[in-house]
Design a protein around this ligand. Structure first.
Ligand SMILES: NC(=O)c1ccc[n+]([C@@H]2O[C@H](COP(=O)([O-])OP(=O)(O)OC[C@H]3O[C@@H](n4cnc5c(N)ncnc54)[C@H](O)[C@@H]3O)[C@@H](O)[C@H]2O)c1
Length: 321
């Protein structure tokens, strides 16, 4: 399959991963890209460049969980495919667990109902490795049990089960992409920011970096552009349908090593502050990518050092401009 001349909806397209996906989709020469985002954490500046490059980009300032309003958009735009990335993120779920779960599940139900009602053809749904919880095996494949440790993770796991159940019951064309920890330019650095943007900003502002817990918890950090490449490949390869696919590097990095790499890049030689562990923090994460490798030759091309260098450069450039 190909995205050429297709009409594509990206929910959450003004967010971190969604905006990189929009940039990547432009190269496929679609007829139209329609971003649906309520700007909970999305930013106009994330898609400014895409607007300059691609005249057939359209933005709806809309809550994707609202079925009737989404139906009106879909009747106007008649999309072929939806990449569903809209989300209320992990750290919000510590403060607003009910809203996080309700919104994330309702967004998924909304795009599933639209698919069931034949308002488009294919759903590529974005899951998260958080759905697995802490690793019970050293490397996690897609059969690893779902033991979400936070309300956010539970909402992601529930959404995945909904996609699978609708797909089975109504014979829908779907695939689930399960990325591990993303990093790169445009990651939200404001409220609810992740550890990489927070660490970069702290050092740039002359503050000491903070590590929660002992810093020996691990993550499989993947550069965002490698992830959006996989989204396109997953759409293009029909063998991915009905499946969940890990998108990761297959390598584990401790939080301590990650903070050290950022400190090195920013030439910071000071000390690190160790604070209490975050509630329900997962201990180890490393993705098994065999399925994605076999299905479409997936490979995370960007090394951690290269990715951190490009990310830090982006923060330095955008903060000073
Ligand atoms: N960032 C990561 O490390 C990571 C890892 C694995 C999976 N994911 C998944 O990737 C996807 C994108 O995450 P991200 O990191 O880019 O987050 P993000 O917060 O940068 O982007 C999410 C976007 O969704 C929008 N949004 C939130 N609620 C909405 C709603 N009701 N209607 C429409 N838009 C809404 C936000 O405004 C934002 O632009 C999510 O599905 C997330 O679970 C992220």
């Amino acid at each position: 399959m190909s995205l050429k001349d297709k009409r594509i909806v990206v929910t959450g397209g003004a967010g971190f991963i969604g905006s990189h996906l929009v940039d990547r989709l432009i190269k496929e020469e679609p007829e139209k890209i329609i971003v649906v985002d309520n700007f909970f954490l999305g930013k106009h500046r994330n898609i400014e460049e895409a607007f300059r490059k691609f005249s057939a980009l359209k933005l709806y300032y809309q809550d994707a969980s609202h079925y009737e309003k989404m139906k009106n958009i879909f009747k106007i735009e008649r999309p072929d495919v939806v990449f569903n990335l809209a989300v209320v993120p992990l750290l919000t779920s510590h403060e607003l667990p009910k809203i996080t779960c309700e919104d994330n599940i309702s967004i998924t139900l909304s795009v599933l109902e639209l698919l069931k009602d034949e308002l488009y053809d294919t759903l590529i749904h974005c899951s998260s490795s958080e759905a697995y919880g802490t690793a019970t095996e050293s490397i996690m494949d897609e059969n690893h049990p779902l033991h979400p440790t936070t309300p956010y993770a539970a909402s992601k796991a529930a959404s995945d089960l909904l996609v699978e159940s609708y797909s089975n019951t109504f014979d829908l064309d779907t695939a689930i992409v399960r990325p591990f920890n993303n990093y790169g330019p445009r990651q939200n650095e404001g409220s609810y920011a992740g550890v990489i943007p927070i660490t970069i900003q702290r050092i740039m502002n002359g503050q000491k970096p903070v590590i929660h817990g002992d810093g020996l918890q691990t993550r499989d950090y993947i550069y965002v552009k490698d992830v959006v490449e996989a989204f396109v490949d997953i759409y293009n390869h029909e063998s991915t349908r009905g499946k969940v696919m890990n998108i990761a590097t297959g390598k584990e990095i401790t939080i301590l090593d990650m903070v050290t790499a950022i400190a090195r890049e920013l030439e910071y030689g000071g000390e690190f502050i160790f604070e209490d562990e975050r509630p329900a923090d997962v201990r180890r994460h490393r993705g098994d990518i065999t399925l994605a490798q076999k299905s479409f030759g997936f490979e995370a091309k960007t090394s951690f050092d290269e990715g951190i260098k490009m990310t830090v450069e982006w923060y330095l450039e955008t903060t000073h401009n």
